[in-house]
Ligand binder design. Structure first.
Ligand code: HAM
Length: 418
């Protein structure tokens, strides 16, 4: 029996790859305008990196990571996200020794063992953005703005920005207690996961997808109403900066995000067009993470976009290959085939898109193939023409044909087709 790909892990076939290239190239262009540099990080990391950063009691770490011992018994994990790795690389290579803020982006596959459905996969791809070393809420507004500029450039419909503040450890500690008290009062109505979360990490109850817990969460106290003075001012300043950039947003006190490292600003870009998986991208500030991972006490902020979700939302025609001249070399006869073969390579090296086939079929069959490949021109090389020192060039659109001398043929074709 033929072997199939692993469930939730998909191939990206040539008919859609143009869309992937489009979202990648637009990201590179826009992010570079905002001063971001690309960084490439490994797919495999020590498990401890994610447990310590994302949080031991998050769904990602508890249930979703692909973790295994390697042949030396070291526990490794296929990265479920990129932030932890970018921070690890920053610390490991002492990039903080260069003064001033640092801005990075990276793209690639991530892995989470979730239940696959539209917009949710076990291998998925993110475009990830991180800024280190800036406290100023202006940078929160800037990354939110850049995310929206990017999504607008891709012409994604009906994107809404939701924002919230997760406060700092000072306001979170007392809030955690009032949330735990509330949950104790309704504990008999909580699902078994939330029973556990109530004791280990009550904030994670906001991630629960069980309907009955959702209703309880709607009535639970929210962190936004328990922010300390500084966090309240900080959140106001983020909003003022968003106003100054004319960014429309909705404050969503239930937006706690599924990762433990967030402090203060969190945000998500939401769309109504993806069913249950409505977040195209999300992120926030994580001021304590660098220190937790053994680095300097530098603040961080960033976001990640789900590339599969972008692709689902793109217009059908987005990323269609650019029209360009394509030559098909049709050969008739053995000598012609050998000559055509060398010519095809030479023309490719000179910059033309050239195809031929090797099955020695009839001219009619080769013309059909040329048509299928959307060739704009066909070079017919026949033993008879060769004897005359010429070949025929057929312009497929104009349905015209002319004889071209073999001498200087490459220059002639380049002149007409490049
Ligand atoms: P996240 O919200 O877990 O955040 O993921 C970001 C985006 O990745 C989501 O909004 C979604 O579009 C996409 N995504 C997540 N899981 C899946 C999945 N199973 N299948 C398809 N797409 C998915 C983070 O990962 C943070 N590291 C973002 C961040 C960067 N925060 C600060 N810096």
């Amino acid at each position: 029996m033929a072997i199939k790909a692993v469930k939730g892990i998909n191939d990206i076939l040539p008919n859609v790859v143009g869309r992937w290239q489009l979202v990648e190239s637009v990201a590179r262009r826009i992010f570079s305008n905002f001063g971001f540099q690309e960084i490439r990080i490994p797919i495999l990391e020590k498990t401890e990196l994610f447990a310590r950063s994302i949080g031991e009691t998050t769904d990602i770490v508890e249930k979703e990571m692909y973790t295994f011992p390697d042949r030396n018994g070291q526990l490794l994990t296929l990265r479920p996200e990129a932030t932890a790795s970018v921070v690890r690389a920053f610390i490991q290579h002492k990039l903080h020794l260069e003064p001033g803020m640092r801005k990075f982006y990276t793209m690639g596959p991530m892995f989470r063992h979730e239940r696959p459905q539209k917009g949710r996969y076990r291998q998925f791809h993110q475009i990830d953005v991180e800024v280190f070393g800036v406290d100023d809420p202006m940078i929160d507004a800037e990354v939110i703005y850049m995310l929206l500029v990017y999504l607008q450039e891709l012409k994604l419909p009906d994107i809404k920005m939701h924002i919230n503040s997760m406060g700092c450890p000072d306001c979170r500690l007392p809030f955690r207690q009032s949330l735990a008290d509330y949950l104790e009062g309704v504990s008999d109505k909580l699902c078994s996961d939330c029973q556990r979360r109530r004791r280990t990490n009550p904030l994670r109850i906001f991630d629960c997808k069980v309907d009955s817990c959702g209703k309880l969460v709607d009535e639970a106290p929210v962190l936004l109403e328990h922010l300390c003075h500084e966090c309240g001012e900080n959140f106001q300043s983020v909003q003022d900066n968003l106003h100054s950039l004319a960014v429309a947003y909705t404050i969503d006190p239930l937006l706690v995000r599924g990762l433990d490292y967030y402090t203060r600003t969190t945000f998500e870009a939401i769309t109504p067009h993806l069913g249950a998986q409505d977040a195209v991208g999300g992120g926030g500030r994580y001021d304590g993470l660098m220190k937790v991972l053994g680095g300097p006490d530098l603040p961080g902020t960033g976001f990640a976009i789900g590339m599969e979700r972008l692709i689902l939302l793109l217009d059908d025609k987005a990323g269609a290959p650019k029209e360009r001249n394509r030559l098909f070399v049709a050969c008739l006869g053995e000598e012609a085939k050998s000559r055509g073969f060398s010519l095809a390579q030479e023309l490719r090296v000179s910059g033309l898109s050239v195809e031929m086939d090797y099955e020695s079929k009839s001219l009619k069959a080769q013309m059909r193939r040329a048509d299928k490949l959307a060739s704009t021109h066909v070079l017919i090389v026949g033993d008879d023409e060769l004897a005359k020192g010429a070949a025929l060039l057929r312009d497929m659109e104009a349905s015209s044909q002319e004889e071209i001398p073999l001498e200087g043929l490459v220059e002639q074709l380049l002149g007409r087709m490049k």
